[in-house]
Design a protein around this ligand. Sequence first.
Ligand code: ASP
Ligand code: MG
Length: 403
Amino acid sequence: MGLIVQKFGGTSVANAERLRNVAQIIAETRRMGNQVVAVLSAQGDTTDDLIDKAKEINPKASRREMDMLLSTGEQISCSLCAMALESMGVPVVSLTGWQAGVQTNSAYSSARVKKIRTERIQSELDRNNVVIVTGFQGINKFGDVTTLGRGGSDTSAVALAAALKADLCQIYTDVEGVYTADPRYVTGAKKLEEITFDEMLELASLGAQVLHNRSVEMAKKFRVNLEVLSSFAKKPGTKVKEVAKRMEKTLISGVAKDKNVARLALVEVEDKPGIAYQVFSLLGKENINVDIILQSIGRDGTQDISFTVRRDDADQAKKLLEEYKGTLGFDHIDVDKGVVKVSIVGAGMLDNAGIAASMFGALYDADINIQMISTSEIKVSVLLDESDGNAAVQAIHDKFFGE
Ligand code: ASP
Ligand code: MG
């Protein structure tokens, strides 16, 4: 018995049949003696469709009005789900973000949760109701509706779980959990029983699209026990927690591939103090995140600086640096958008030497060339030619998880 927050994503609530299925899961959880707060996303492609509708009217609509519009998607799924529970005789109430006391800052379209006033939810739970709360939205100090950014319902669920001190926050989705690699193209990919917050954070930011990465940050900060599981299959999912059990004999948790990356190289930059500082402050000011950096050894008074950015930022980064060509004194900028970043993640790296070497060995055996390397405490990333991406993930996966 306890308080469980259950979040259901867009595919899980896409139509009447699936909403009834979600209502069943909620009812079953309650029947087991738990209190349930359910957080729902908008049905299927609703949010995208609403964005298209707005574009037809005014492609430059203000963010405030966009939030007013987009927040309606979640109201639809929540009220419908409440109706499904009513029809099953389960006492239920659905609440919008503001009714549920979700207070955010005023950054329309990417608001952050500041505080949740839980009185209303608490009193509904005390009355024995299942409480269904719209994901993705809150209210700011002006009393306006805000949204938390695409995929924000995960964050709503974790924030509610933290505020209500829930015993568990279950994220129901269309995959069965977190895998050692993307099962759609990697043979032998296995579902993980458990994973740590830090590993999940790395994987989430490396493009494993199971959890919104802000929700993982928040879960780590407030120690909310998470579980990722499928709303379609009745199977245990993956638990995300502070310390995780290791699968037998495996040194890493997963292999991830991120295609949203491009490599820029400033060729023949003057070799003098302050250049790296200038380059990366310029990019930082424009909010362009730099990932892997490689600075070559100087020769004849010049050096090359290569780095990676998100692929969608590559053109802007090039343009920006070219404006400062005179001050920075480089010869030209080389941009390569045909690259991919492949990474291994695992808390096991902290106390096992040689993991990076095994990864490089797997790539060598597969005759794949590495362009750049970066490491952190629990991650090793390599930059490769995009056409090598899938083969690289498979080779590395075989090395660490093969028989
Ligand atoms: N409905 C919103 C979106 O599609 C929020 C979410 O699904 O988490 O981005
Ligand atoms: Mg969605």
